[in-house]
Design a protein around this ligand. Structure first.
Ligand SMILES: *Cc1c(COP(=O)(O)O)cnc(C)c1O
Length: 375
């Protein structure tokens, strides 16, 4: 084995390469162009929404999503404590304060009971958050029916961080259509990539318009440079959109591969009661971006670290689960509603390689290595 097996490397075929060359030859190298329009149209159709706006990153998508909902200094925004830091960073960019809510063990997503308790208390103290950002962790959709119901009851908006969940479904509806606004990422290790990029989906023409406007330096539609608001340079380039379009066309094939890998992990660890593979809850259909497991830390302390080391020795990448935001130094003074779950997931959780280049032989070695360490 001479090539390293990464967790979720970009999967680029002739299709993507040719689409970039075609975009270059078309002369549409400069910022926008037909590939951006096409990518947005294809993406909106895939997510079953009216509008999609292509941006420079997932972080930019969350940032502008929040601004389009009017979030600013003094506001509070609910963020799961178990997430990638970009979710909380985007809240900080707006001047608002993240409030962290813990996870549930079944799928590592936002704990609805904790969220409800927090909202009741926040209402009685007159400190309701403006927005809730559910994060579809590792490609598994949150419980949006409950979350949207709560949001309506308390007059709070919902912005889904779907950076990891393109292709996942909840009661048959695709990620991207489950909240007022959804944000996606096409970073290098996401389920599809544009090398770097993001997307907003929504059914609101006003929100889509506002995000396009903010992402192109907030230029007023006049012949000179007129600005009434602070804008951003957050739009996606035509060349990158060409990659995104080809990747999106291949998404069904990519999803089938990830699901097959997930099934192999499920059966590989089935017999070991110390290892739990996080799997689909009723009504949820993961995109299986990464298969994640927890390993009983009482039976086998520090198993994730030991496995990461053993796999690394044979050229295979695996990673710990996210370190919760409430344990990060920069957020230590933020309010956090905790139940111990994200702490446990950080201790016991492990992300296993799940990309296109994970061959049956390598996956067999991953499973063997994990079982050997845990036994
Ligand atoms: C990747 C990711 C982001 C950030 O996306 P970028 O495109 O890297 O800016 C945000 N939230 C979550 C949950 C992510 O996994």
């Amino acid at each position: 084995m001479n090539e390293k097996t990464y967790l979720s490397p970009p999967d680029i075929t002739e299709l993507e390469i040719e689409s970039v060359i075609a975009a270059m030859k078309s002369g549409w190298v400069a910022p926008l162009g037909p590939e951006v329009d096409g990518f947005e149209k294809d993406f909106a159709a895939f997510c079953n929404v009216d509008f999609a706006v292509a941006l420079s990153s997932g972080t930019a998508a969350i940032h502008l999503g929040l601004l389009s909902l009017g979030v600013g200094p003094g506001d509070k925004v609910v963020v799961p404590t178990l997430t990638f830091a970009a979710t909380a960073f985007a809240v900080k960019y707006t001047g608002a304060t993240p409030i962290f809510i813990d996870a549930r063990m079944s799928d590592w997503n936002l704990d609805i009971d904790l969220l409800r308790d927090y909202l009741f208390e926040a209402r009685s103290s007159g400190e309701l958050p403006k927005v809730i950002i559910p994060v579809d962790i590792f490609g598994r959709t949150c419980s949006y029916i409950e979350i949207n119901e709560l949001a309506e009851e308390f007059g709070v908006k919902v912005l889904s961080d779907s950076a990891e969940s393109l292709g996942a479904k909840y009661h048959g509806n695709p990620a991207g259509s489950l909240a007022e606004i959804s944000a996606f990422s096409f970073n290098g290790n996401k389920i599809i990539t544009t090398s770097g990029g993001g997307m907003i989906t929504t059914n609101s023409s006003e929100i889509a318009k506002k995000i396009k406007y903010l992402s192109t330096q907030a230029r007023e539609p006049v012949s000179w440079y007129e600005h009434r608001e602070v804008g951003f340079n957050y739009r996606m380039s035509n060349i990158l959109a060409a990659i995104g379009r080809s990747q999106l066309a291949r998404l069904p094939e990519i999803l089938a591969h990830r699901r097959a890998k997930h099934e192999v992990y499920l059966s590989g660890f089935n017999a070991n009661e110390r290892i739990k593979v996080v799997s689909n809850q009723i009504g949820h259909e993961s995109n299986n971006w990464l298969t994640t497991v927890t390993i009983d830390s009482k039976a086998k302390p520090h198993a994730p670290e030991l496995i990461i080391e053993s796999l690394n020795e044979i050229g295979i990448e695996s990673r710990r689960a996210w370190k919760p935001m409430h344990l990060q130094d920069i957020f230590k003074n933020n309010r956090a509603e905790l139940n111990g779950t994200s702490d446990l997931i950080f201790k016991e959780g492990l992300c296993l390689p799940s990309g296109q280049n994970l061959t049956p032989e390598i996956q067999e070695r991953v499973i063997e290595t994990v079982l050997k360490v845990v036994k």
